[in-house]
Design a protein around this ligand. Structure first.
Ligand code: UD1
Length: 339
């Protein structure tokens, strides 16, 4: 049995589907603080069954311990559950440190107590800040975090490193995501931002469907070919498949060391304006947009060197961008029909 914490969230739900389709039994743990219970129905529509589900807050140490006791068959954990809104983390740093770090500490402690060995952690390219050279490799320097959210990812990585170095029988893989976008091709699951979306693609699809008046492009005066900022946008299904590979690798003992780190991106940097134009090409829908000033805290550009993940994991992002944007659009249309 594989635990997916945050399994009703965006990346967690897609990873649950991929794990179930690969034959794994999945236990989703989620407190539903930023997701909906109906996501389990979406998963069941795709896979034919629901994962096992436990609803509680991972900051509650007693509940975490009880859960490990209840399911003695747990072999590995993929830990997604975390808060991830950068501005909110600036306003409420303690909430971020408490939620993102206590949950991690409780999971690692319970693993030790119950002899669970394998751990996959949901990290972010945010740990690199604005890299000095591009594309960014796993050995690029870690830059000082620009937000409490980013800091929780850096500290979490350090906690896992320390636990592994201490000789605890834990083996871990840190996965540093670039910008996950899109939705499952069936449109049964996807991204469900509560309130006004902060990320580019959900804002874009909400503008396309008419919920938002216009998409604001944050800056066209960056030192990039068209002046807008560049990111490495990766399809969430491609990203989820990398988690299945990571789990197989740990369970089969194919990891090279007790702690490995991989970048998960496409290796291709795309600007905000390129995303808007490709969306139009892929869906036929023209999105109303306006260039405004840069967003505070944004970096100019980042994209991944994926050589290590390609060679070591034997994994590669393969879904074309147009298909990814079409999936995000299909999902947006689907949820609006439901609501
Ligand atoms: C952000 C976080 C990152 C985090 C990720 C989680 C920052 C600096 N980074 O990534 O640490 O892991 O979210 O989801 O906040 N954009 C617009 N208009 C919009 C929204 C976005 O132009 O309405 C632009 C942004 O300026 C950026 C790009 O689109 O250049 C992507 O933005 P976004 O989707 O928010 O992701 P990041 O900022 O890269």
């Amino acid at each position: 049995m594989i635990v997916v914490s945050g399994g009703t969230g965006f990346i967690g739900s897609h990873t649950t589907v991929e794990l179930m389709e690969a034959g794994y039994e999945v236990l989703v743990i989620d407190d539903l603080s930023n997701s909906r219970i109906e996501v389990l129905d979406g998963i069941a529509k795709i896979t034919g069954r629901k994962p096992v589900f436990e609803q509680f807050d991972l900051c509650d140490k007693g509940r975490v311990m009880d859960c490990f006791k209840k399911y003695p068959g747990i072999e590995a954990i993929i830990h997604f559950a975390a808060r991830k809104a950068v501005p909110e983390s600036v306003d409420k740093p303690l909430m971020y440190y408490e939620n993102n770090l206590l949950s991690l500490i409780n999971l690692l402690g319970s693993m030790n107590a119950h002899g669970v060995k394998y751990f996959v952690f949901s990290s972010s390219c945010t740990v690199y800040g604005q890299p000095d050279t591009l594309p960014v490799t796993e050995s690029s320097p870690i830059k000082k975090a620009t937000s409490p959210y980013g800091n929780t990812k850096q500290i979490a990585e350090e906690i896992i490193q320390d636990v592994v170095s201490a000789g605890d029988p834990i083996e871990a893989i840190l996965l540093r995501y670039f910008n996950p976008i899109g939705a499952h091709p069936t449109a049964h699951i996807g991204e469900l931002p509560l309130g006004i979306p902060l990320n580019l693609v959900p804002f874009l699809t909400q503008t396309a469907i008419g919920i938002r008046e216009e998409l604001k492009v944050f800056g066209d005066d960056y030192n990039t070919p068209d002046g807008s900022a560049i990111r490495d946008y990766i399809n969430v299904v491609d990203l989820s498949r990398a988690h299945v590979v990571a789990i197989n690798r740990l369970l089969e003992g194919k990891n090279n060391s007790a702690l490995e780190t991989f970048n998960l991106g496409t290796g291709r940097g795309l600007s905000v304006l390129e995303i808007i134009n490709t969306f139009k090409k892929a869906t036929g829908v023209k999105v109303n947009y306006r260039v405004v000033s840069r967003r505070e805290g944004d970096i100019e550009q980042v994209f991944a060197d994926t050589t290590l993940a390609n060679n070591e994991l034997g994994w590669k992002a393969v879904i074309p961008l147009e298909e990814t944007l079409r999936s995000a659009w299909k999902w947006e249309q689907n949820i609006r029909q439901q609501s």
